[in-house]
Design a protein around this ligand. Sequence first.
Ligand code: TXA
Ligand code: MG
Length: 327
Amino acid sequence: MNEVSRAAALLRAGELVAFPTETVYGLGADASNPQAIAKIFAAKGRPADHPLIVHLPDASHLERWAVDIPEAARKLAAAFWPGPLTLILKRHPSVLDAVTGGQDTVGLRVPNHPLALQLLREFGGANSGANGGGLAAPSANRFGHVSPTTAAHVREELGGTVAMILDGGPCAVGIESTILDLSGGEPRILRPGMLDAEAIGAVLGCLPAFGGEQNAPRVSGSLDAHYAPSTPLQLVAAADLAATAAQALADGRRVAVLAPEAPVHIHQKMVWSAASADAAQFAHELYARLRELDALGCDLILVAAPPAAEAWRAVADRLRRAAAGSK
Ligand code: TXA
Ligand code: MG
C-alpha cells in the first residue's frame, strides 16, 4: 500500500493524519466522524468552540456541506480552487456541530497540493453521501503556536499524537488561506492571506470588506495572541530598528533580528536573519524563520515592520499576532 492509501485508510478508521497543503500543514480527520474530530481538539489543545475548515477534493462537493450557495461562491471556486481561499457558507444541516463550532456556517476549501488532492480523492471516493469525503483540518500546530510549513515542524508540534505525517516538502505559500465570509451580507475577508482582496474583488465585481464582527471571535486565527514563538517578539518600524537593537544589547540582552538589512554592525549577542523584501517570499519563509530564531534561545526577537502596502497585509497580520501572542 502506498503512503496516500495508508493515510486514507487511517482517516477512514478515525485516526489523525497530518498532510501538506500549499499554505501550511493540516491536521486532518474525517469531518463526518465526531470521535475523530474530538481527537483534533485534544491533539492541538484547542478550545472546542473554534470551528474547523473542511477540505474537499473539488468544488463539486460543495452541496454536501453547504446550502444557499451564492453565485459568487461558485465563481470564486472556479477561479481559485484548488488554492489558498476558504469560503464561509451556510452549513448543510448534517454538518457536525463539532466542525462548525455550533455556528450556522461552515468553512470550505480545496487545497492546492498534489499530495493533499490525492489524499482527498482517495478518501473522498469511498464516502459519497452527504458529508462524506471531507477532511476537517486545522493547521497542525499546538493551539496558539507558529503554524508548521514542513513535516519536521509537525513532528515538533504534535509528535506522537498523530497516526501519520505525510511529507510533501515545504509549503509553497507559507501562511494560512484567505478566509472569505459569503454566508450573508456583503463579502468579508475574516483572515487575510496571500490571495488578496484585489484578486477576489476582480472576480466578485466589487472589493470585499475586511474584518469579522466585534465581540464574535469566530476565527481563532483572529485572536490577538496567535502564531507566536516562545521568545518575546517585537515589531519595530524599520527606521527605529538599529536604536531598539542597540538598546537591548546595551541592556545585556541577546537579540535576534529579522530584517531586510543588518541593523547595526556585528555584535556577539546579536543574530541577524536576512528577510526577503518580496512579500510572497517573506510569507513563504516566515514561519520557518520564526522557528529558527525561537530555537536560538535569545531574549528578544526584533522584526522590522513590513511596508504598509496591500501586498504585505497578510504578513503584517501574522506578525502583529505573533508579537501579541509572545508577550
Ligand atoms: O490555510 C489554511 O486555511 C490551513 C490549511 C491547513 O488548510 N488551515 C487553517 O486552519 O489555517 P485553522 O483551523 O488553523 O484556521 C482556520 C480558521 C480558524 O481560525 C477558524 O476559526 C476559521 O478558520 N473558521 C472555520 N470555520 C469557520 C466558520 N464557519 N466561520 C468563521 N470562521 C471559521
Ligand atoms: Mg491555525
